[in-house]
Design a protein around this ligand. Structure first.
Ligand SMILES: *Cc1c(COP(=O)(O)O)cnc(C)c1O
Length: 255
């Protein structure tokens, strides 16, 4: 093995141990949790090594980086998740490689994704990204056309729709040709009532998922937890954890 492969194998084994321990502690089966490795800022050669090591789900957050990487890795049996804020002018490119877009947070994005998915003859899975620092009662949603860009700024540029906006956006996705409503995603908030309370935040996301599944029973994905808080996400019931740093190392630049 190359040095890098040895390093990534060791890191993956540690993350695997953490997920296994967290599942055991929560009385869950290991198979209930899928590891998504966030490869942003790392080269296609690392993605290739991860694939050799058995990783099947990778995630990226910037189309400029992700598109060439996905093209370089098109021969690998990988599912690609898009987890970054997505501008509508990048949607055509993203739909070319993404199996799942985890950052759906406004109606304009749903419309653009649907149009491009149909055009490409693809079905794209969608997660509604929930902003848990937005305040529960705020009724911003994909339906609130003009305020949605403002919502990004209010959530520190991390994206997401307030809980009150989930249902409307979910219905839009479910009815959109070329799209499949897969579930919910969140990033532990840095501000607001859940700041520093990752597990409470993820439990709130689980409650929102339970509500969503009443009207959309197939939308079972709950994507939560990163390198620092995957245990809390597994404890809360997450089905997917998104781990970057703990597998690939500290990123050379912000991303
Ligand atoms: C970067 C990123 C991750 C991974 O974060 P780490 O702390 O490196 O594990 C997870 N989710 C999203 C949305 C990200 O942008």
């Amino acid at each position: 093995m190359t040095d890098r492969k040895t390093e990534l194998a060791a890191n993956l084994a540690k993350v695997e141990e953490r997920i296994t321990a967290a599942c055991a502690a929560a009385g869950r089966e290991r198979e209930e949790v899928t590891l998504i490795v966030v490869t942003k800022t790392y080269p296609a050669s690392d993605v290739r090594i991860l694939s050799e090591l058995g990783v099947r789900h990778v995630a990226e957050n910037r189309d400029q980086d992700a598109a060439p990487k996905a093209a370089a890795c098109a021969d690998l049996p990988l599912k690609w998740h898009f987890v970054g804020q997505l501008q509508t002018n990048k949607v055509r490119s993203v739909v070319g490689y993404a199996d799942v877009v985890q950052s759906v947070d406004r109606s304009r994005l749903v419309a653009a994704l649907s149009k491009e998915a149909v055009r490409a003859g693809r079905e794209v899975g969608c997660l509604i990204q929930v902003a848990l620092d937005a305040g529960e009662s705020e009724r911003e949603s994909g339906g609130a056309r003009t305020s949605s860009e403002g919502r990004w700024r209010e959530t520190g540029g991390r994206g997401g729709v307030a809980p009150a906006g989930i249902e409307e956006l979910a219905d839009l996705v479910a009815d959109a040709p070329g799209l499949r409503l897969d579930g919910l995603m969140t990033v532990a908030p840095l501000t607001g009532e859940y700041a520093g309370r990752e597990q409470a935040a993820f439990e709130r996301l689980m409650d929102l998922s339970t509500d969503l599944r009443r009207s959309h029973p197939a939308a079972t994905m709950v994507s939560a937890g990163m390198s620092a808080d995957l245990e809390q996400a597994v404890a809360a019931g997450a089905t997917h954890v998104r781990v970057g740093t703990a597998v690939l190392g500290v990123r050379p630049r912000l991303g």
